[in-house]
Design a protein around this ligand. Structure first.
Ligand code: GTQ
Length: 346
């Protein structure tokens, strides 16, 4: 039953002052705000960041601020619904576009928030994570899980740009966010992505070593795109050509808080996504698409990014009748599942 509850103004000022003096607050004037009827009222707004507009400002940051003065040269994709200064895309998701120029080095550190990078543009950069040197090529996904040392370098000749996705807003809210500076890492030989490149079989050492929590750190786009193509060709009836980035040893989500997937829209395809509780981010790796989020529609060009609040209808459409469109999706599903609040509403 939704009755009209008493307001703060209905209480005598002297009584309100006495409450404040003892750090007390009446619940009923705020009860509907913290527990709205039927469904949440997200602060997260459907927001679109066009790469065409962002790119020149990021390159200008390269002229204005040397890497030594930035440590990480990033423009944050901030959601106005949360207030730009909060640097949030959604309740749990932070997005940043990072620029590294030829010869630059972003020094080693580790932090509690989990991060991933989706490479947007440029050749010759790498990130070393936990001693593993991960090459950065367009469309690659590279994990920087909580607590692992990471640093970025660039041996190429043109600017490199990538999209950072972190669970920083959640970690900050939980008051567990901090970083530690480190030394340049020694690089180990071999990369896990080669060891896990073929699906259906796993490396099996005779002498079982303790399993790493994050066995694979780089998911090359060439492999992921091949998986999407194979799915599209071999499963012509599937409504969604989508693959999830997982821990290859367990099949679980590759990180604890945010979930990552790649989705291919067939030429001309329109895909209505189920209405779900987690907020989501859509980043166009290739092609031309439209994202309809609630009442708003955004035309996505390559390297554009948009976000959708939870509990909102999202429809994705390929704007090309001849070419596929490929999207990278980040969402809060693992977090909602662990919290027991994951919901689908048809
Ligand atoms: O590259 O380590 O966008 O520490 C924000 C914080 C990137 C990074 C961000 C970071 C990094």
């Amino acid at each position: 039953m939704t009755t009209t509850l008493g307001r703060l103004e209905d209480l005598p000022q002297s009584y309100r002052d006495e409450l404040s003096a003892q750090n007390l607050v009446p619940l009923w004037p705020s009860l509907r705000a913290v527990l709205p009827p039927g469904q949440p009222r997200p602060n997260t707004r459907a927001t679109h960041w066009a790469y065409e507009g962002l790119r020149p400002l990021l390159l200008r940051a390269g002229e204005l601020t040397p890497i030594e003065k930035a440590e990480r040269r990033v423009l944050v994709l901030a959601n106005p619904g949360h207030g730009l200064e909060k640097m949030q895309a959604s309740a749990a998701i932070y997005l940043g576009m990072q620029l590294l120029l030829p010869g630059e080095w972003a020094p080693s550190h580790r932090h509690t928030p989990n991060a991933v990078r989706m490479i947007v543009e440029g050749e010759g950069a790498y990130t070393t994570v936990d001693g593993e040197k991960c090459e950065m090529q367009r469309g690659d996904l590279i994990l920087t899980p909580t607590g692992l040392w990471h640093e970025h370098g660039h041996d190429g000749s043109a600017p490199v740009v990538w999209l950072d996705v972190l669970d920083l807003p959640l970690m900050y809210y939980l008051e567990v966010s901090y970083h530690v500076d480190g030394q340049r890492q020694a690089v180990k030989s071999g990369t896990a992505e080669q060891a896990y490149a073929i699906g259906g079989v796993l490396p099996t050492p005779v002498f079982e070593r303790s399993r790493k929590a994050y066995p694979m750190l780089r998911y090359p786009w060439a492999n992921v795109r091949r998986a999407l193509e194979a799915l599209a060709t071999s499963q012509p009836d599937t409504e969604a050509v989508q693959v999830r980035y997982v821990n290859p040893e367990t099949g679980d989500d590759c990180q604890n808080v945010l979930g990552y997937s790649a989705l291919m829209l067939r030429p001309g395809q329109t895909l209505r996504l189920p209405v779900r509780s987690p907020a989501a981010v859509f980043h166009l790796i290739e092609g031309a698409a439209e994202a309809r989020i609630g009442e708003q529609a955004f035309a996505l060009a390559e390297a554009d990014t948009c976000c959708a609040p939870g509990y909102t209808a999202v429809t994705l459409r390929n704007r090309s009748a001849t070419q596929p469109a490929c999207l990278f999706i980040a969402d809060e599903t693992p977090l909602h599942r662990k919290l027991g609040v994951l919901e689908t509403r048809g």
